[in-house]
Design a protein around this ligand. Structure first.
Ligand code: AMP
Ligand code: MN
Ligand code: MN
Ligand code: MN
Length: 312
């Protein structure tokens, strides 16, 4: 049946190594960037793991914004479904006035300075939510905090998507995209980022926890190639060791060029869908193929290989 041939089941053994993609020929079944209801994702951690399993994934990381709260539930679900779940998160930081995201892949969970770092992030989100609410009220959304809280549907720290949904629900904008474009996106009134730690600090927290810091979606900050190089330099200088080579769907030429920038700095390459909700642009595991590259995949990193590398 073509079904089994086109969609490798989790039991399918790894294909033999090929010179075409190097270590990335073993990328089948991997997704190292996904969100659950512990942050701004739509699926509870267990439901997310069930969807991952349904889609043939075998090695995944849950990477909610600034929290590990979903990981325990995801781990139990992944174990019962026969998948490998790596603890992870996506830390908010700032660099040169930009909001930069750093994924932490954390084989030992929260340790060392990351523990206090997580508390600081949660507090920063509370303070930021209050400030966003004040600004949204001035822009015509009364009771903004309560409305965003209602959209979140739990007591987790609020994010900009909760305010965007509240604006849509109140009829201020027609959809989330417009809410970000007009009010909450980069450089707009609701883009409050002064409270986030510097890029170098969050990288240090991840390293102190025995994890691997991965610069998230480097193509999504609206940077020129040169400025992206400066970001990669700052990240590497701070001790960052990996960067997402493919995030969801992206142009193959752009990926090849990015691979060159990562290779120049000796960074490992990671892959993730940045999945948030079903029915959107990506599902768990959906991402562009990796072109031929000499980069090493992050699952071969010495601190991760015992958990993630099938060949190890
Ligand atoms: P925060 O973590 O509170 O800064 O919120 C950032 C989150 O908002 C991102 O992780 C995305 O999930 C979401 N987001 C960013 N831009 C958009 C957009 N244009 N439309 C919808 N959601 C967005
Ligand atoms: Mn998000
Ligand atoms: Mn992100
Ligand atoms: Mn993300």
């Amino acid at each position: 049946m073509p079904m089994n041939e086109t969609h490798a089941s989790p039991a399918t053994p790894a294909a033999p190594s090929s010179p075409e993609t190097g270590g990335f020929d073993d990328a089948q079944g991997i997704d190292l960037h996904m969100h659950s209801t512990a942050s701004d994702g739509a699926l509870a951690p267990a439901a997310l793991m069930a969807l991952c399993r349904e889609r043939g994934l075998t090695r995944v990381a849950l990477t909610d914004h600034d929290t590990l709260d979903g990981v325990a539930e995801a781990r139990d679900a992944a174990a019962s479904l026969g998948m490998t779940l790596l603890s992870g998160l996506e830390l908010s930081s700032q660099w040169q006035g930009l909001n930069i995201h750093v994924v932490g892949l954390l084989p030992q969970g929260a340790q060392g300075r990351l523990v206090a770092g997580l508390e600081a992030q949660a507090q920063a989100r509370v303070t930021r939510g209050e400030e966003i609410a004040r600004r949204m009220e001035k822009l015509g959304l009364p009771d903004a905090l309560a409305k965003a809280r209602a959209q979140a549907g739990s007591d987790r720290p609020l994010g900009r998507p909760d305010f965007a949904k509240a604006m849509v629900a109140d009829g201020l904008v027609k959809d989330m995209g417009t809410a970000f474009k007009k009010y909450l996106g980069s450089g707009k009134r609701g883009d409050v980022k002064a409270g986030w730690p510097y890029l170098s600090e969050v990288v240090e927290w991840i390293n102190d926890a025995g994890g691997v810091a991965v610069l998230a979606h480097p193509l999504r900050y609206g940077l020129t190639r040169r400025k992206r190089g400066l970001l990669l330099d700052a990240f590497t200088a701070a001790g960052g060791e990996a960067c997402e080579l493919v995030s969801g769907f992206q142009n193959a030429d752009v990926t090849r060029d990015l691979a060159r920038q990562l290779d120049e700095r000796g960074l490992y390459g990671s892959l993730g869908s940045d999945f948030h909700f079903p029915g959107g642009p990506v599902a768990p595991g959906s991402m562009s193929p990796v072109p031929r590259t000499a980069l090493r995949p992050v699952w071969q990193h010495p601190r991760l290989a015992a958990i993630l590398d099938r060949a190890a």
